[in-house]
Design a protein. Structure first.
Length: 131
């Protein structure tokens, strides 16, 4: 078999076993808040559930927007994530020096500047979280 010369392992499997030939898909997999001592702490887990690695992207937190934020909107605070391999999770935690008087409806938006081409671009907004 001439393919064995090009494939010394002889398995004729042209698929990349690392699974990184596909596209990334960024998702919020945990979003909670704790209020104490006049401050609000947000705990956000972001997971790449896609088959490909993600390049750098922003995570934007909206503490109490007037409406549902969208990709492209600037959050009240944000964090740059250098990149996220397929199947990995990163923790994007925020501390806000304020607390809600009557309650907040908070949101997280992933990849707000659309740096990452994803297999599903429609799951980048999470919320509202009632704080």
């Amino acid at each position: 078999d001439d393919d064995d010369a090009a494939d010394p392992a002889g398995d004729d499997d042209d698929d990349d076993q690392t699974g990184n030939d596909g596209m990334p898909n960024l998702e919020v997999t945990y979003f909670e808040a704790y209020v104490g001592d006049g401050e609000t702490y947000y705990f956000i887990d972001v997971t790449n559930n896609g088959d490909g690695d993600a390049t750098g992207f922003y995570v934007d937190l909206f503490t109490d927007p007037w409406g549902t934020p969208e990709v492209g909107d600037d959050g009240d605070t944000f964090m740059w994530i250098e990149g996220l391999d397929a199947g990995e999770t990163v923790y994007a935690d925020f501390g806000i020096g304020d607390s809600p008087w009557w309650g907040w409806d908070s949101y997280v938006v992933l990849d707000t500047t659309e740096e990452v081409a994803e297999s599903n671009e429609n799951d980048n907004v999470e919320g509202p979280l009632e704080v």
